[in-house]
Design a protein. Sequence first.
Length: 599
Amino acid sequence: MRVRFRVTSQKLKKIPGLDSYWEAFAAAVKTQREMGGGKLSVQAKLVVRAMTKVLRSGRHDVLTVIDNGIGLNEKRMNALLSDGVSAKESGASTGTYGNGHCVAIPASDLRYVLYAGLTQDGAKIASGHAVIASHAVPGEPFRGGDGFLVRGFLDGVDGKIYDYGAEEDIPELLLSALDDVASRFGHGTAVVVPAFNNFKEGSTPLWTMVSKAASCNFFGAINDGKLIVEVQDADGTKTLERRNLRATLARFRDEKRSRAFLNGSRAWDALEALQTGLSHVIETDIGKIYVRLLQRSSGGPRIDLCRNGMWITNDQKLPGFYYKFSDKEPFQAVLQLHADEGGELYELIKQSEGPLHNRVNFKYLPKKDKKKVMSALTQIREWLRDYVPGVSNDEFSPDDFLVLDGGDGADGSAGWTQQSLWGTPTAIERRLPARVPRITRRPPVIPDDDEPPLPPKPPPRKHRRRSLPAFFQAVSVPTGAHRNRVEVYCTREYENAELRLCLDENVDATCDRVPYNEMLFAVLSNTMLNGESVPPTAEVRNGDGDIVGLRLGDLAPEDRLCVETDWSFPPRTGGLDGDVSLQVQISKADPVEEGSTVG
């Protein structure tokens, strides 16, 4: 597939259907003003201002995009103009819902996009879609906001919805685009965007925007040589293809956030796996999927799903994959589905994609199909879990420390201070005693004179620090003065869970604030669990009767809980009213008798 972008300057009068557009625009503004009590809303004012500026100008920029695909015929044009109607050929890499054209409409300040197609047998067709606003027309019914560049409307019999007219009725602007398609490719499609606003990116060059979007979201197709993108602007013609994909994407590799579907950093990592990772094939029960897997030295597990070379989603939005590899060494995997080998798995994934093709949702699939695709994804997930090595649990302890000795003063005298560190870094031997190996206690025996008695059993610890198990994720967000919202996500089964908030110490700049020898639990009040008040049976109280915890009960994998609570610290701690940090702790609840308290 070859796609070519070009921006030109055109006279306003060349926009087809301009007279009808003016009439509809004026009626829409009048209607919207009347409905708003004589005034337009702020958003409506901005839209009207942009449209008026174009309609009163003599020239405008036009974006023309052409490709060498199969072109448009009447059936495919119907699907393109009619939201929700799909007319995709089997195995085609086109969209699913037939409304992807809506993405191009905001790129026109007139909200008007034109389409034309030239098929392999030489047939031509053209139309357009404008979106203004619903409006009243004197003597006619209330009109919707959608307008179409057609001669008229048909009754839908035999699939005929719009009367597109004959080839000689095609406007000059679209006919010129089809001539370009014919001369370059022989057949294909043209999308023409009048009043092009540069995607509302100001003076950003067209090449920068197109090359970024294409390399980040279609890196698979470009890397396989199945997609070539050309951009013609004031600086000449530039091409994005396999040979310069890596260099192009490298310009965006430091980008962590993007309004595009995949940011430059994630796209770069996926391309690394695609080009240098080990190749594997997974045969599921309903289709074949290719895997490129690259072990990483740092970071976390990352999985990206592509269909026909187009990025679709990642492990965070792929059902059954989120947080399933936390016990595995870091890796990057790219899952590739192809139309010719993906079988039913390919089709079900394609049907589950939304109109933006950036996630999958199996909610509306038939029950049997949902079961099939979830089973296939489970097979893929378990293959990855079996292949990727687990994280080592070996303990690590440094043999020595590096200390900075600044002395008493720069000149050896007391009382002199300096903001920055000085002195010579000195490596010294370990100052802490080595860990004493655990002694396994044997049944008591009477020691011989030559055998020393076993050391006495150490007394039980007064306080056992509760920790957040690896199979929980929790985040605490302040929502007011001394009130926090805590989101908890459980990754596996956990029985009799209990949640507490405690003082998170060592948070100042010097990390030397350790004023307490015991863990300080916050006293909770006005607590809500998933939007409902917490019953007394779920409260954990200390010896003073204060609520210091919340029993969450038995949790299942993928359970999500939301706890909102006020908090404070007992008076004996001085109240801790300053800027403190709270730590979320989840552990198994201590067994208690009914009516008793927990300390």
